[in-house]
Design a protein around this ligand. Sequence first.
Ligand code: GAR
Length: 204
Amino acid sequence: MLNLAIFVSGRGSNLISIFNAIKRKEINASVKAVVSNKINCPAIKFALKNQIKVFFVSEKEKKEFINFEQLKNQFLSDKIDLIVLAGFMKKIPAEFVEQFDNKIINIHPALLPSFGGEGMFGMNVHKAVFNKSCKVSGATVHFVNNKYDEGMIIFQKAVDISGLSSPEEIAKKVLRIEHKILPFVLKKFAEHKLREVNNRIIIE
Ligand code: GAR
């Protein structure tokens, strides 16, 4: 059984899609913790309602928040196997990423390496895609390294956006894909079906 920690910052629809896929027994995993930089967000409300342990993390000293060193120790004692950034809008400190090498994945709402990097999150991504008049967008699941959105790509799916007329419509269509590909990658991870070959991730 794969022990997951899911990082969120807002709505939490990817968290819910993972939770539901586990409930339907499509993934042999358990959500052991939900971590956020925001105390009052819908994703946290969902976690609390479903009796999932929640942690608030910050690089600054703040009431009710723990720091990344404390979070690391918590994850080691909870035997977390994989950390999933599912709409987490803060950069993870390099030391934390090093501690969990190849054990942190992120979902990005575009086809990396395009439309990634600092400032490229949420609606900013879809607006940039729209403003370039792109005909195709999509979603990417990738490993996290210490550079924004540059870790090795695990899986991507493209969507036709040629007929869409706003960034909001793009976001909606891409999100539907996100809800499919993130649980798919987690299933493959839990089944040990991801392999690195010649600098590429192969999914069996
Ligand atoms: C998702 O579209 C996710 O890909 C994006 O934030 C949204 C969170 O939605 N993540 C990023 O932009 C990270 N760079 P959700 O809270 O409903 O899952």
